[in-house]
Structure formats: structure tokens, C-alpha cells
Design a protein around this ligand. Structure first.
Ligand code: GLY
Length: 304
């Protein structure tokens, strides 16, 4: 059998009491997402289908900051970002600031496959979702008790600048290699709690929080979105690997621990290459992650 491989991530950053006390739920969510994608790959399905469906499963899981369970912005509202990239066709789709779309990753894929555009935002993206009958939900579907608590806790602080500098975030993502040797990546997020209305993070920015190219690897990023955008993290890993002809893990380690060793914030990635080798790297206290290669047992981890 040709190699198949899938990895998922559920966010990198600081630890918290909430995370500590919900470890088994997080692990189960990561495991479900890997199994969803792996089943597709094992049945001969595409890497694109695998990453889309793995991310959908995390978007539907209220523990993760994407889809249902998204962080609330400074107006107490949910705006979501997502992207997907096809390593075979070198094509991508992305959405930012979308509301009410149950699975933003599916909208991103629709844009990639059915429009001449890569990136749509806000009302225009929502209009396409409505026209295409993609699943929509009311505002309350997306808002969980945990995210309301985070929103209120932050706002009790006097210093709004301190709130904006807080390193609380979350993302979900998946990377996969299918039997045909094709790579794909997808990333989705509700952004950062109490962020400014209209803020766009890395998860929808191709090359920052998502990248796939059959000539190197597929990468899904997480952490402080602004840092992933400024330092073009996902593309840097793919380009470094191609340029240096090094292993995927070496490329991930170089980009995060050397090239960006001085950044003040969290960066994490999961990645897979065309042979099914995985790259996993983060500079934070934890990164929710899981993977499965061929018939190997699934691995699920939160801490180092
Ligand atoms: N990494 C997710 C975000 O910053 O929006």
C-alpha cells in the first residue's frame, strides 16, 4: 500500500485550568478527527476530502476554538476564518470574518473549486454559503459557556491593551497525504478572544497558517496569528525544505526554533511530506495534536 498519513491540531498556546480539566474530551475530539480523515484516506479518498472532513469534525466539537465554540470578539460576536489548500493543483480557498456558516472550511473549499477567487470575506462569503445551501446556524449555536466566561473574565481587566496582548487563542487544522501521493492542508479558527471586530488571523492566510504543495509538504499552523502572518510560517517551512532538501522535521524545527527563535509569542505547526513523514513543532507550553500513519496506532498529545 502507498503511504497514507494524517495529522490534526487543535491549537497551541498557554495551558489553562480549563484545558487541564478537559483533557480527555480534547483527546477524544482529536482522535475522532484523525479517524474521520484516516478512514477516507484508507478507502482511497483524497487528501482534500480527508483534511476537510477532519477539520469539520473539530469545527463541530464545542471544545475547540473554531465553528461551534469559537472565541468571541470584543463585541461578543463570532467571526470565523478558514482555508484549505490542494497540493496537487496548487490551488487554495479561504474565508475570513464569516458568520453563521456551520463549517467555514467547506465554504473555503467551495470557493477554491467553484470560483475564480481564492479569498472571500464577510457578507460576500456568507452570500455564497446561502446560495449554495451550505449549512447555516443561528448565532447562539456558535457561542459556548466557556467562551462567554473567557470573554467576561478578560473584560473585568481595566487595561484594554493588556486584553489585546493576552496570548489566548485556538485553531484547528489538518494535513494529509493520500494513496495517490497528493497533499492537502486545512485550517480553521474563531480567532482570539476579545480581539478587535474585523481582526483577521493567520488561519485563512495562505502561506501563513495553511500551505500545501506536492513538491514539498502540507502545513497547518496555530498560535499567535499575527506572528504566523508576519513570519509567513507555513510557506517558509515548505520553501526551506525544498531549498535545502532537508527532512520535514528539520525544516519545521529550523523555521520555529531558529529563524523565529526571538518572536514573543506562540507558534505551532503540524506538517506531512509526500512520503508520509510528519513534522510536529511548537514553541508553546502545549499544542493539541494527533496523527496516524499507515496502520500505526494513533498518537494523541497535548503537552510536550
Ligand atoms: N491562530 C489563530 C488566530 O490567531 O486567529
Amino acid at each position: 500500500m502507498n503511504n497514507i498519513s494524517i495529522a490534526v491540531q487543535g491549537g497551541a498556546g498557554e495551558d489553562s485550568e480549563f484545558i487541564k480539566s478537559h483533557q480527555s474530551g480534547y483527546k477524544k475530539g482529536l482522535e475522532d478527527a484523525v479517524n474521520t480523515g484516516y478512514k477516507i484516506l484508507k478507502g482511497g479518498g483524497s487528501a482534500l476530502d480527508a483534511v476537510e472532513n477532519a477539520v469539520r469534525s473539530l469545527e463541530d466539537n464545542p471544545l475547540f476554538n473554531s465553528g461551534r465554540g469559537s472565541a468571541l470578539n470584543n463585541k461578543g460576536e463570532v467571526e470565523m476564518d478558514a482555508s484549505i489548500m490542494d497540493g496537487k493543483k496548487n490551488n487554495a480557498g479561504a474565508v475570513s470574518m464569516v458568520r453563521n456558516v456551520k463549517n467555514p472550511v467547506t465554504l473555503a473549499r467551495f470557493i477554491m473549486e467553484n470560483t475564480s477567487h481564492v479569498f472571500l470575506s464577510g457578507a460576500g462569503a456568507l452570500e455564497i454559503a446561502k446560495e449554495e445551501d451550505l449549512a447555516l446556524e443561528g448565532d447562539s449555536y456558535f457561542i459556548t459557556e466557556h467562551q462567554v466566561e473567557e470573554f467576561i473574565k478578560d473584560r473585568k481587566q481595566d487595561d484594554y491593551n493588556a486584553i489585546l496582548k493576552k496570548r489566548i487563542h485556538g485553531t484547528v487544522g489538518a494535513v494529509a497525504l493520500d494513496k495517490a501521493g497528493n497533499l492537502a492542508a486545512a485550517t480553521s479558527t474563531g480567532g482570539t478572544p476579545n480581539c478587535l471586530d474585523g481582526r483577521i488571523g493567520d488561519s485563512c492566510v495562505i502561506g501563513a497558517g495553511c500551505y500545501a504543495n506536492n513538491s514539498s509538504c502540507a502545513v497547518s499552523g496555530t498560535g499567535d496569528g499575527e506572528l504566523l502572518i508576519i513570519n509567513v510560517i507555513a510557506y517558509s517551512i515548505a520553501f526551506y525544505m525544498e531549498l535545502k532538501n532537508c527532512s520535514l522535521q528539520d525544516a519545521c524545527d529550523y523555521v520555529i526554533h531558529q529563524r523565529n527563535m526571538d518572536v514573543e509569542g506562540d507558534i505551532g505547526v503540524i506538517a506531512v511530506d509526500t512520503r508520509g513523514n510528519l513534522g510536529v513543532c511548537f514553541n508553546s507550553e502545549r499544542m493539541h495534536r494527533a496523527w496516524k500513519n499507515n496502520e500505526e496506532k494513533i498518537t494523541v498529545k497535548i503537552y510536550k
